[in-house]
Design a protein around this ligand. Structure first.
Ligand SMILES: Nc1ncnc2c1ncn2[C@@H]1O[C@H](COP(=O)(O)OP(=O)(O)OP(=O)(O)O)[C@@H](O)[C@H]1O
Ligand SMILES: O=P(O)(O)O[C@@H]1[C@H](O)[C@H](O)[C@@H](OP(=O)(O)O)[C@H](OP(=O)(O)O)[C@H]1O
Length: 322
């Protein structure tokens, strides 16, 4: 590990000056990467959360990026919910989109994209942002942007086609109270320092898989569900020839509080029984960040994204089969 846990808590501090925002909204506390609020710059805006609606609101940042992401979500909406074309099928792998919304934040009106909150309903959300692909610059990037991107996260990006801009995880406290937890948070500086081995160890930590004796069954369930969702995304990429995704991420979320429960059924008022403990209720893996999505060149598959996705699957499989 590059830094100890004490450093981590200082690395992503909650901003001291609370940004001024409309009633009912708050900063997304589980935001682990990307553009964020800054104490010294009221122009910098991060994601908001609307806890009642189960939505997050992503600010449309740089005009070309914001517009591209809006067009991407609108094209999925237009593809129709029930269609079986590749765009319609992609809807299942991205957050639901509820349209743009103008809000005044820090005394300035801005446009936000309203998206399904992938951490909704989670009382102890563990969240990891994994940026996909060896190449994280898009076809319109300047020579300078290319150089900047190629100089970052070099070890993981080149070998695995992955990089780790941020994550948070709940871990058991190492004391006599097994139910007590602590949160570990790391940002992009940590991710940029990781070797391939460090990346793999970080994944072990993130999945609470370091202790092989306790919670073994729950960890196995978690890893299998993550793998299942990753494989579904890979099958979509295997067939689609429409889009290429640059600097896009997978967001892996799970609820640590569900790692402790044994499988149980819940009775519903209408007499039906649902397995509320089913892992699809507390594990979510979705694609996010579509600021650099382009039509596929020469209708080729997105080998760049797929290379990263396959190595992520290999890493998770290696943890499962240790
Ligand atoms: N739908 C969502 N549900 C929950 N959290 C989300 C969602 N979308 C984004 N986030 C949180 O916000 C972070 C940043 O998201 P995103 O990558 O879309 O922003 P960005 O500012 O475009 O990032 P970048 O600087 O890498 O381009 C993610 O790492 C995640 O923590
Ligand atoms: O990982 P880092 O070092 O934080 O680098 C940022 C990352 O590449 C973001 O994807 C990019 O935003 P976009 O995807 O919106 O281009 C941002 O550009 P920016 O600083 O020009 O916003 C970079 O600074």
């Amino acid at each position: 590990m590059a830094k100890n846990e004490q450093d981590v808590e200082q690395e992503l501090p909650p901003p001291r000056n609370q940004p001024a925002m409309p009633e009912g909204f708050r900063q997304l506390k589980t935001q682990v990467a990307g553009h964020t609020f800054e104490d010294s710059n009221t122009e910098a805006v991060g994601l908001l959360q609307d806890p009642t609606a189960g939505c997050v609101l992503k600010p449309m940042g740089k005009p070309e990026c914001g517009e591209r992401e809006l067009r991407f979500y609108e094209s999925l909406a237009a593809a129709g919910a029930s269609g079986d074309n590749d765009l319609a099928l992609l809807r299942g792998h991205v957050p639901r989109f509820y349209g743009p919304l103008k809000l005044v934040v820090n005394q300035r009106e801005r446009t936000f994209l309203r998206l399904e909150d992938l951490t909704r309903g989670m009382s102890q959300p563990c969240v990891m942002d994994v940026k996909m692909g060896k190449r994280t610059w898009d076809p319109e990037s300047s020579r300078n942007k290319r150089k900047l991107e190629e100089a970052k996260y070099v070890m993981c990006k080149q070998k695995l086609g992955l990089c780790l801009p941020g994550f948070q995880v709940y871990l058991p406290k190492e004391n006599e109270h097994p139910k007590e937890t602590k949160i570990l948070r790391h940002g992009k500086d940590y991710g940029k320092s990781l070797s391939v081995e460090g990346f793999k160890q970080t994944m072990v930590l993130f999945f609470n898989a370091s202790d092989s004796k306790t919670k073994r069954a729950r960890t196995e369930l978690l890893l299998k569900e993550v793998l299942r969702q990753l494989q579904e995304i890979l099958s979509w990429f295997n067939s689609q020839r429409l889009l290429h995704f640059y600097a896009s991420s997978l967001l892996i979320c799970y609820d640590y509080s569900r790692m402790d429960q044994s499988s149980k059924c819940q009775s519903l008022l209408n007499g039906h029984h649902i397995k509320e403990d089913h892992p699809t209720n507390w594990v979510r893996v979705k694609m996010i960040d579509f600021a650099h999505v382009y039509p596929a060149e020469e209708a080729l598959p997105d080998e760049n994204y797929m290379f990263g996705l396959k190595s992520l699957i290999d890493v998770v499989q290696s943890i499962l089969h240790r």
